[in-house]
Ligand binder design. Structure first.
Ligand SMILES: Cc1cc2nc3c(=O)[nH]c(=O)nc-3n(C[C@H](O)[C@H](O)[C@H](O)COP(=O)(O)O)c2cc1C
Length: 167
């Protein structure tokens, strides 16, 4: 049995729920899965694969995601890594392409990092739940949305063991 860490960086929780879906899908395939907030993962030693997801805010990844790679560089250099970003809350191609570019900024900054898979999923947005510094009138007046595609998330998770070379 392979052991996989699914780490996530979130503000309002929608990325955590996606991480849990990825983890559940991998567990159903027989993998031993641990889910953790990226900032809480003290070590990534001993995992056969690591999945790291981040919410995107203001055109960049969450700081816990950005810090994760330099912090765990030594172990991650010898472990297959997959990354996902959560962001667009409108189903527009240009928003997904932009989000991918913003996710890749962190990947590219870590020149040693070669993820076996990179994916962007639609996000969730609830103006009622916004807290400072996001709770400004412009953001509060936007409509609620949740375009997380659970089938696409499960399909991506199912593709990971093979991409990671796991049995
Ligand atoms: C203030 C604010 C800024 C955001 N900026 C971006 C962005 O630059 N790119 C993007 O793709 N999504 C952006 N989003 C959408 C979030 O990434 C999306 O709502 C995501 O699901 C939030 O994840 P979380 O619930 O895990 O924090 C933004 C959302 C808020 C509230």
């Amino acid at each position: 049995m392979s052991s996989v860490l699914v780490a996530y960086a979130t503000v309002y929780g929608s990325t955590k729920e996606v991480a849990e879906k990825v983890a559940q899908t991998l567990a159903e395939k027989g993998h031993d899965v641990t889910v953790s907030a990226a900032g809480d993962a003290k070590s990534v030693q001993g995992y056969d694969g690591v999945v790291v997801g981040t919410a995107l805010y203001f055109f960049r990844a969450h700081k816990d995601f950005r810090k994760f790679f330099p912090r765990h560089r030594t172990e991650l250099q010898s472990t297959p890594v997959a990354v996902f970003g959560l962001g667009p809350f409108e189903d527009k191609d240009e928003d997904f392409e932009g989000a991918r570019g913003h996710l890749m900024k962190t990947v590219d900054k870590n020149a040693w990092l070669e993820p076996v898979a990179v994916e962007v999923f639609g996000g969730a947005f609830d103006p009622e739940g916004l807290r400072f510094p996001h709770s400004n009138p412009a953001m509060k007046s936007m409509p609620a949305s949740d375009i997380r595609d659970w089938d696409a998330i499960a399909a991506w998770a199912e593709s990971l063991p093979s991409a990671m070379g796991l049995p």
